[in-house]
Design a protein around this ligand. Structure first.
Ligand SMILES: NC(=O)c1ccc[n+]([C@@H]2O[C@H](COP(=O)([O-])OP(=O)(O)OC[C@H]3O[C@@H](n4cnc5c(N)ncnc54)[C@H](OP(=O)(O)O)[C@@H]3O)[C@@H](O)[C@H]2O)c1
Length: 209
């Protein structure tokens, strides 16, 4: 596939780029500066809050992958803003497939409880979690584009690529002892599996070990 990767300079985006390249896909990686150290793919500049720029960059690709996040000191409200811009931008193109990296805060841990509502959830991360929930609310309403929303577990860090992971629709993935974790490398495996296979269109797919 020929993939436009938004957030290619980020921690998760770099791992998604590596996973895509390992599987023989072509990657155009977007960041604001367009300069990504040691990139093995075509790096381009683009502001992901600008629908016209997204449309211009996306045209001609098979799909758009997003690992966007508020990395530049801007407010967390940029997260739903970028989701809206991506949707508006893709509607101006022939590209109708995107896979989005979301947040764990909006996943459920019980029938009526979201992760962000639990006592263990760190206070300082509540605004970011709520911004991800706002982005999810934007994306879930979309039925004219083929999207998948991939949500990390509670913890995600650089680590090993094992190729193993579990998934659950809308529910936090945790081990029997309650640990909710995945390496960024295995998150990238799950992300690219979904991009390639499109098994979970219009789904909030949680991943973890
Ligand atoms: N447990 C969880 O729920 C959990 C844990 C970790 C991460 N996440 C989420 O996963 C996503 C990725 O995380 P990460 O740690 O990889 O983030 P990161 O390292 O901060 O990377 C964010 C990426 O977004 C890009 N970006 C930001 N604003 C942009 C704009 N206006 N235009 C174009 N690109 C823009 C950055 O590019 P430049 O700055 O180079 O332009 C960078 O590539 C984030 O949304 C994060 O909140 C969730």
């Amino acid at each position: 596939m020929n993939v436009l990767l938004l957030g290619a300079s980020g921690r998760i985006g770099q791992r998604i780029a590596n996973e895509l390249l390992e599987r023989g896909h072509e990657v155009t990686g977007v960041s604001r500066s367009g300069e990504i150290d040691d990139a093995d793919f075509k790096a381009v500049a683009g502001d992901a809050t600008d629908p016209a720029k997204i449309a211009e960059l996306a045209e001609g690709h098979d799909a758009v992958a997003s690992a966007l996040g508020p990395s530049g000191g801007e407010g967390v409200e940029i997260v739903p803003e970028m989701a809206e811009a991506l949707i508006e931008g893709l509607r101006q193109t022939d590209v109708d497939r995107f896979v989005w990296t979301g947040g764990a805060g909006g996943l459920n841990v019980g029938p009526d409880t979201q992760v962000v509502e639990t006592d263990e959830f760190p206070d300082e991360l509540v605004p970011l979690a709520e911004a991800h929930i706002d982005a999810w609310e934007v994306i879930r309403e979309v039925d004219d584009l083929q999207w998948s929303y991939i949500a990390p577990p509670a913890q995600i860090e650089p680590g090993e690529r094992t190729g193993e992971y579990r998934t659950a629709e809308g529910q936090l993935v945790a081990s029997e002892d309650g640990e909710s974790y995945i390496s960024m490398e295995d998150f990238a495996v799950a992300f690219v599996d979904e991009l390639e296979n499109s098994d979970e269109i219009h789904t909030q797919l949680a991943v973890g070990y």
